[in-house]
Write a protein of this length. Structure first.
Length: 468
């Protein structure tokens, strides 16, 4: 299973019942629905799935068939259909490996697994949206299968736990490792779950820890453990860089509003907003560097232990393909992390009411289109977002825009129907904020309708627009 945050659904594929299945089901919070995709991976078990939020697709790899054949095929789920990929490179065929999406580096990380010949792997591979690349870390967990992996977004690390050294009668493991995008580091926690394989691990973003349950250590376990993360370094540590509107990771887009999360980022407390334009490159005790250059800052926040810096990604990072991000606090510079540079990653600004997420979408008179003042069919609404990419004659970093239009015209759907877009560009007098003017389709039904903005193959978060 994997959680598809773009479509707000948990996706499950295949497994044993006691034969093998090739069905796809989605859980949307209250019920399971069986899907009927046009194309489908073959029936299998022991495969891995992870949601690639940088590209808005669930990634499925490998597994074993009823004919005792191990696979190394890669499939992507787009919310409706599976599409088989043809990458130039792929891991060897295997099953019972583990995978997790590393949002700090915009990659699906895959480790280990075994084949039916009894070979057990200890290799690390990453998926970048189109291809698999084998990594060469200086340190690595031992070869294994049946281990558990999850991404710890608080500390910007992939966690790996346990597993077994052989398919049959192997040594059951209880070690913990973390992946930082380049290397594995073995952790030495004061307390640890007993050695086990086939436990499950997932990250709980509400409580900022990873939860591990069950497994097998000669008998089936029913214990629950939480991982609170490795000890933070003394200096500023950036653990994740995300779109400032959608909070989706995977890379940075030139000119966008972005948010860096981490530890020891600031000595200040509360929400601290900069004022005046152009935006400052230093604020309070802090500076944030992209490619070793201080950049324009919107805010430095430290609320209930969650620290973040909101900044504008410089337009010049378009030269890519990677950018480094680091924070300096009180003159102490932290280590940088490297993130991909993306052409676009739309994110719609939003707010929550009654457990539902509504978009920052205005009427033409700049009043909010909400449940008390809904949009009307055939009306043009203003959608506020960031991460739409290159514009004609971009303003200086941190300086206000004057409505420069985007190089690529986005596609907007409202209630699943394509809308007519009359303008796409930077919102005048703002920094890093984009405005898309779209006409509500005349056929859209009344009620809260989903709005999605797409630029090329990159899709935004889905938000709601009340329609009369």
């Amino acid at each position: 299973m994997a959680y598809d945050s773009k479509h707000q659904q948990t996706v499950m594929f295949g497994g044993q019942n006691p034969g093998l299945t090739s069905d796809t089901w989605v859980w949307e919070g209250t019920d399971w629905t069986e899907m009927t995709p046009v194309a489908n991976p073959s029936a299998r078990f022991g495969h891995v799935m992870a949601f690639d939020s940088a590209h808005g697709r669930v990634v499925l790899f490998g597994g074993e068939t009823l004919a005792v054949e191990v696979l190394n095929d890669t499939w992507l789920w787009d919310g409706t259909n599976w599409t088989q990929q043809q990458p130039k490179n792929s891991p060897h065929a295997r099953y019972y490996m583990a995978a997790a999406f590393d949002s700090a580096h915009g990659q699906v990380v895959l480790f280990g697994g075994a084949d039916t010949n009894g070979d057990v792997y200890g290799d690390t591979w990453v998926w970048d949206g189109t291809n698999w690349t084998q990594m060469n870390p200086s340190a690595s967990p031992s070869p294994r299968l049946g281990h558990a992996m999850a991404y710890d977004s608080t500390h910007g690390q992939v966690i790996l736990y346990g597993g077994t050294t052989e398919v049959i009668a192997g040594t059951i493991l209880g070690d913990t490792w973390t992946w930082d995008g380049a290397n594995w580091t073995q952790q030495s926690p004061q307390s640890s779950p007993p050695a086990s394989n086939f436990a499950v691990l997932a990250y709980d973003s509400m409580h900022n820890d990873a939860v591990l349950f069950g497994g097998y250590d000669g008998s089936f376990a029913a214990d629950t453990w939480t991982w609170i993360g490795a000890a933070a370094a003394a200096g500023p540590v950036v653990t994740a860089v995300v779109n400032g509107a959608s909070f989706v990771g995977g890379g940075v887009v030139p000119g966008e509003i972005a948010t860096a999360f981490g530890t020891n980022l600031t000595s200040s407390t509360g929400i601290n907003l900069t004022s005046g334009l152009p935006l400052p490159a230093t604020f309070l005790t802090d500076a944030l560097m992209v490619n070793d250059k201080p950049v324009a800052l919107f805010a430095v926040d430290n609320v209930n232990g969650q620290q973040q810096v909101n900044f504008q990604v410089p337009w010049e990072v378009a030269s890519g393909p990677m950018a480094t991000v680091a924070v300096s606090n009180n003159g102490t510079a932290g280590a940088s992390i490297s993130v991909p540079v993306l052409k676009a990653q739309p994110g719609i600004f939003n707010y929550s009411v009654g457990g539902e997420t509504f978009g920052a979408i205005l009427h033409a008179n700049f009043q909010l289109a909400n449940t008390a003042n809904p949009a009307k069919p055939s009306e043009t609404v203003l959608i506020y977002c960031t991460g739409l990419g290159a514009v004609e004659s971009p303003p200086a970093d941190g300086a206000e825009s004057n409505g420069q239009t985007t190089m690529a015209m986005p596609t907007v759907t409202i209630g699943g129907t394509k809308a007519i877009v009359s303008f796409s560009g930077l919102a005048p007098t703002f920094v890093g904020l984009y405005q898309v003017n779209a006409e509500v389709p005349a056929t859209v039904k009344a009620g809260n309708q989903a709005v999605v903005v797409e630029v090329g193959a990159a899709s935004s978060n889905s938000v709601l627009l009340p329609v009369q």
